[in-house]
Design a protein around this ligand. Sequence first.
Ligand code: GRF
Length: 201
Amino acid sequence: MPMRVAVCVSGEGSNLQALLDGLGPDSGAEVVLVLSNRPGAGGLDRARAVGVPAEVLENHADAGEWLRRLGEHSVDLVVLAGYLKLVPPQVIARYRGRIINIHPSLLPDFGGPGMYGHQVHAAVLASGRQESGATVHLVEEEYDRGPILAQARVPVRPDDTPETLAARVLAAEHRLLPAVVRAAAARGQLVPLPVFKEHLP
Ligand code: GRF
């Protein structure tokens, strides 16, 4: 039985696309549900285009609604991929150890409330760091905390803008996230992966 994966999105859904593309029939995992807090989220269209149920939460703060929808699709693993609202604590408790998030920095640096999208990459550039990357971690009640499962590192270049750095990190995310889910499917549970070192032009 493949591992049944729900992916939660608020926006474009390019990480969702990486999962749809990267979890082939032999991967041991399949995306069975896409959830969003936003009816206009591009990720919903990506799911519908390949026949995956795409549902909009009526009330994203309602744990009962979450648990009902996840239960209806017999979800084993929940992936937050650009999901920008807080997941109700009762949902995190029910799926503890089976709910992950991807964040576009090397956590624990540049995470926490308000640190998403442009802000993350602008803060990395302002810090003068020469390396950034992406992190997949288990979700706990606090934003961007929880044990780290995998990271992908990318260089920061002297002429980077937040946009160019974001694009390099996003490309790394698209490789990292399916790798974590495939490893979970192979082992029957989420497992830490060695650090990826990306070699990108
Ligand atoms: C990604 O950078 C992800 O790390 C962050 O939000 C962005 C989502 O991009 N949490 P997309 O919607 O998957 O294209």
